[in-house]
Design a protein around this ligand. Structure first.
Ligand code: DC
Length: 226
């Protein structure tokens, strides 16, 4: 039987644009693997915090960057993440990790380590993969078959995030998101950025189902060689 060549889809954008929900659903519908690269940066941050590394000291972070073993399970129906064999899916979502992840992920040694891991996961995905993050289309997988850049207004992003965090207040969520985006966009090493050849989708006025349909259609068009 003829097998389709693997398709690589890069989905980038700031927090709260629906990246994770969209990426997981698109991968599940199309039978592709799924990789949440933010979870990997959160996992290494969790390890640094748990091991008493000073987050304010980039050289201490750089020196420890090679130590934790991070493993991502790429089934979109049940993605997993472990550090040294410990399931960290819940602890990587705490406020403490969210407030420290930008500082850790700005360190070049951390990015080099995680980028290498991401490339090897993408290369071994037999059917193809949807990889979501901040620098996937620009740095990690510049030859991806399709690049999507999701955006939404700060208000929509904060409202979605506080809904996810079950009732936390929208104003403080908005402030925290804006601060994290500014840090992620202004760092020297592979900042959050739209690749020149990415398709930008503004999700402010769209439902999740509409965004998923839009991305699935774009992947199918690519596969059909349009
Ligand atoms: O997608 P997320 O909000 O869980 O990502 C958490 C942080 O990880 C984000 O604030 C910046 C960092 N990150 C990154 O630097 N590069 C990526 N490709 C993905 C995430």
């Amino acid at each position: 039987m003829e097998s389709a060549t693997p398709v690589i889809v890069a989905i980038d954008g700031p927090a709260g644009t629906g990246k994770s929900s969209t990426s997981k659903a698109v991968a599940a519908q199309l039978g592709l693997s799924y990789l949440d690269t933010g979870a990997q940066y959160r996992a290494i941050t969790w390890w640094m915090v748990s091991n008493g590394i000073d987050i304010g000291d980039p050289s201490a972070i750089a020196a420890a960057a090679g130590k934790p073993e991070i493993v991502s399970g790429t089934d979109p129906q049940g993605p997993t993440i472990t550090v040294d064999g410990v399931d960290v899916a819940a602890p990587i979502r705490t406020q403490e990790v969210s407030s420290k992840v930008s500082a850790v992920s700005a360190v070049p040694e951390v990015r080099a380590r995680i980028t290498e891991l991401q490339r090897s996961i993408a290369a071994s995905a037999e059917q193809g993969i949807v990889v979501e993050g901040r620098d996937i289309g620009t740095t990690v997988l510049p030859d991806a078959d399709l690049k999507i850049f999701l955006t939404a207004s700060p208000e929509a992003r904060a409202a979605r995030r506080s809904g996810e965090l079950k009732g936390s207040d929208v104003h403080s969520t908005r402030e925290a998101l804006i601060k994290r985006d500014a840090a992620d966009s202004s760092r020297k090493t592979s900042p959050l950025a739209k690749a020149d050849d990415a398709v930008e989708v503004d999700t402010t006025e769209l439902t999740l189902a509409q965004v998923i349909e839009c991305v699935v259609t774009l992947v199918e068009e690519k596969r059909a060689g349009k």
